[in-house]
Design a binder for this molecule. Structure first.
Ligand code: TEU
Length: 546
């Protein structure tokens, strides 16, 4: 397949509100990000995916945009953003902006106009009906909100303060294309497209995901905004199967560079209660899903690799062990992910093994999804008790990922001089950047090594373009796979359990490249009877001469 610059890139997601507060108002901001660019360059990443910083009432932390071409004063100014783009470039880092195109905030002037009257010129920018149908909001409750002024209902797949834009209206499409082209002209490296699989919806048929208009709209977007700019574009697509993912990311179709698929990310969710009642982690299922995605594309698609983002709980708490084996299991997940084929994404704090949080009261949490789901599941339907719901919050709530970045052991973890908008995880004296940077065996340096390997002359090509073969698919503790490229082979072998385990693999070793344990390396040359300690992760180069 034709090589692209973003095949070899590593992306780091910044959730601006929680990254670094330079102004002292308890919210992270752009100048805070600028102050940490040297740190990110040291980690080795190439791109920052910047979660939304646009003007917003912050009902959904910026995923409710009131003006796509203005910066929210909490985060700074447009000049600060221009400075971020320019300074990041000096650190060899590009900026990926987050585009929320499925909906706007109800504070956007389009919606403020639209709700004035039935014949307002902006009325048709949104979706209105005389009667609601049975569609539900992803955040809980009906997807329709009654507007008394005009005696109609408007449609919202998320909060009622996030009305869905009407992509059937070509005027909407045109305005959005102009806005995106303006951002391209600001010098950004690319875009992440929020819930992009929802824009082709056909409400009256009850189709929200993967609607018939989706791909034509994306091709038009590509044509109007992305073509000839050498950008990277990544779509958020919860409903993607490999077949669907090819429709987005096959280069011949000229839509997006890649998509985030969530099959692995929702594996332990309950069929009825979803993330609010998690089920036992099933390693065999995880391996099956990931290896399906690893082998799905033959030049007609590209994987985006991630464990974490601002919507998901922390991987080390979720499927690792965030107590006794915190650092070790954090490194294990890093090795597994960065060893696979695709573009890796790191979510802020992942590189130091930040964990989930357990606040005592529901009120200690800020996320609108928590509040709305509590309303629906505990108060209205009474399908979960308060206690059950809190267990769900501890396991899966989005605020697990959104607690402020832990920079050092000063008050508020060095994130801010004042009480932050969301409380800091109390483990910050132990888990923080400053401490990680002082310890050569920290999670941070493990990530740094993995990123460096991807850039190395010896292993870059195989890590980026090598084929993938899952080993021991039914093994209940071990996740192991091979990568092959031309005459080279790599082996990743990991133990996702608290018990030591012995495996027998019939390969000759050339070199041990990475080990998440500080061990005196026994001079083994063959992998028969390999014994893995709890959460051990090894990366070998294999001898392929015979
Ligand atoms: O997320 C899409 C989305 O559907 C998530 O809200 C997810 O389904 C949910 O967390 C699972 O319970 C995107 C953004 O990443 C998210 O932060 C926004 O809240 C959402 O879109 C609306 O813009």
């Amino acid at each position: 397949m034709e090589k692209q610059w973003w095949h070899s890139a590593v992306v780091y997601q910044v959730y601006p509100r929680s990254f670094c507060d330079s102004s002292g108002d308890g919210n992270g901001d752009l100048r805070g990000i600028i102050s940490k660019l040297a740190y990110l360059e040291k980690l080795g990443i190439n791109l920052i995916w910047l979660s939304p910083v646009y003007l917003s009432p912050m009902k959904d932390n910026g995923y409710d945009i009131a003006d796509y071409q203005a910066i929210d004063p909490r985060f700074g100014s447009l000049n600060d953003l221009r400075e971020l783009i320019a300074t990041a470039r000096q650190h060899h880092i590009g900026i990926i902006m987050d585009l929320v195109l499925n909906h706007s905030s109800d504070q956007h002037h389009w919606f403020q106009q639209a709700k004035q009257s039935l014949d307002n010129p902006y009325r048709d920018y949104y979706i209105w009906r005389d009667q609601p149908n049975s569609l539900r909001s992803i955040f809980g409750g009906p997807a329709w909100n009654y507007d008394a002024t005009t005696d109609q209902y408007y449609f919202h797949l998320f909060a009622d303060s996030q009305p869905d834009l009407n992509w059937e209206n070509t005027q909407v499409e045109k305005e959005i294309q102009q806005m995106i082209s303006w951002w391209v002209a600001q010098g950004v490296a690319g875009f992440r497209l929020d819930v992009i699989d929802l824009i082709g919806k056909q409400i009256d048929q009850g189709i929200t995901e993967n609607g018939p208009r989706l791909h034509p709209l994306l091709q038009q977007l590509h044509q109007a905004c992305f073509a000839n700019h050498n950008l990277v574009t990544v779509g958020e697509t919860w409903g993607a199967t490999p077949e669907i993912a090819k429709r987005y990311s096959d280069p011949a179709r000229e839509e997006l560079s890649m998509v985030f698929q969530f099959e692995h990310a929702a594996l332990d969710w309950h069929p009825q209660h979803g993330k609010w009642q998690t089920q036992k982690f099933d390693l065999v299922a995880l391996k099956r899903v990931l290896s399906k995605w690893q082998t799905a594309f033959q030049g007609d698609g590209w994987n985006a690799l991630f464990w974490n983002n601002h919507d998901l709980p922390r991987i080390v708490s979720r499927w690792g062990n965030d107590r006794q084996y915190r650092q070790r299991s954090a490194k294990l997940f890093a090795t597994l992910l960065h060893g696979m084929q695709g573009t890796p994404y790191i979510y802020q704090g992942e590189e130091i093994g930040m964990t989930n949080v357990r606040f005592e009261h529901l009120d200690d949490y800020q996320d609108i999804e928590i509040k709305n789901s509590y309303q629906e599941k505990v108060l209205e339907q009474q399908s979960l008790s308060h206690q059950q719901f809190m267990q769900g919050v501890y396991a899966s709530a989005r605020d697990n990922a959104r607690t402020p970045m832990q920079w050092d052991n000063l008050p508020h973890a060095g994130f801010s001089k004042v009480q932050p908008w969301l409380a800091v995880n109390p483990n910050y004296p132990e888990v923080n950047v400053s401490k990680a940077l002082q310890n050569p065996h920290s999670v941070f340096y493990h990530y740094q090594r993995l990123i460096a390997l991807r850039k190395s002359a010896d292993y870059g090509e195989i890590l980026i373009y090598g084929s993938f073969e899952l080993l021991l698919p039914e093994h209940p503790q071990v996740f192991a796979y091979l990568r092959r490229y031309q005459q080279q082979a790599l082996l990743v072998v990991t133990n996702l359990s608290e018990q030591a385990v012995a495996v027998s693999l019939d390969y000759q070793i050339k070199a041990l490249i990475l080990n998440n344990l500080q061990q005196d390396e026994a001079q083994i040359s063959h992998l028969q009877g390999l014994s893995l300690a709890p959460y051990q992760a090894l990366l070998y180069a294999l001898d392929t001469t015979n």
